[in-house]
Design a protein. Structure first.
Length: 203
């Protein structure tokens, strides 16, 4: 599958690396494809990974993973516009401290025919780089539009090494965003540290 990862920092770099290792073709959409840190990232990836402008990357992938700072996503949505339409779009960005942490509303406004998902937003990136603790795979709770695209996203979460738990459609956005606050409260407020995951137990 062709995946465009917008942003090549902690989240984008970690997810892109994992997907390329799993056999996907990854293109990072970045502001400077020749920046030394982008080149270092590409050098450390085994598999099919390239970097290009955000505009080029938007045309590249069937799946668009957004991994830029939350406050930048509204402007990104305005610029990307119809280039997102018809694609499967995953929003990992957090607008911390805002009433609504996700940017799905702004994204959907410019691309009403895209399928949207909220995933990779509610755990620290270290847990995407090392998705297992002991013998347990960390759960990734996510939500988004039902249908074929949901099965694709489910598979992509698996490909990172996490255990996907689909919580439902976009009406579940507040739940998925609350988990970010729960994770941060435990990691930073209660001193558990960033290497923690959440687990659903079921018979
Ligand atoms: N870090 C975590 O553990 C974590 C966990 C869950 C969710 N998140 C969310 O994921 C998103 C990314 O976090 P991160 O930790 O990966 O951040 P990061 O390491 O700072 O990386 C941010 C990336 O976004 C790019 N970028 C910044 N502003 C941009 C803009 N206006 N247009 C296009 N690209 C831009 C940066 O490129 P330049 O090099 O050009 O600046 C960089 O590649 C954030 O919204 C964060 O809330 C983070």
């Amino acid at each position: 599958m062709k995946i465009s990862v917008i942003g090549a920092g902690s989240i984008g770099g970690t997810l892109g690396k994992a997907w390329a290792a799993a056999g996907h073709a990854v293109q990072f959409g970045v502001r400077d494809a020749n920046a030394p840190k982008v080149q270092r990232l590409l050098d450390g990836i085994s598999g099919d990974a390239t970097a290009a402008s955000v505009e080029s990357a938007l045309a590249y992938g069937d799946v668009i993973q957004i991994a830029i700072p939350g406050p930048a996503v509204a402007e990104f949505a305005r610029t990307a516009g119809a280039a997102l339409d018809g694609k499967t779009v995953i929003d990992a960005s957090n607008r911390m401290g805002q009433a609504e942490m996700n940017s799905i509303g702004a994204l959907r406004a410019v691309a009403p025919n895209a399928r949207f998902f909220r995933a990779f937003n509610n755990l620290g990136w270290e847990n995407f780089a090392q998705p297992q603790i002991g013998s347990e795979r960390i759960d990734l709770f996510y939500c988004g539009d039902a249908g074929d695209a949901q099965r694709t996203v489910h598979g992509l979460i698996n490909d990172v090494g996490l255990n996907p738990v689909y919580v439902g459609g976009l009406d579940k956005l507040p739940l998925i965003d609350m988990l970010t606050l729960l994770w941060a409260s435990l990691a930073h407020g209660q001193g558990y540290g960033r290497r923690i995951g959440l687990k659903l137990l079921a018979p």
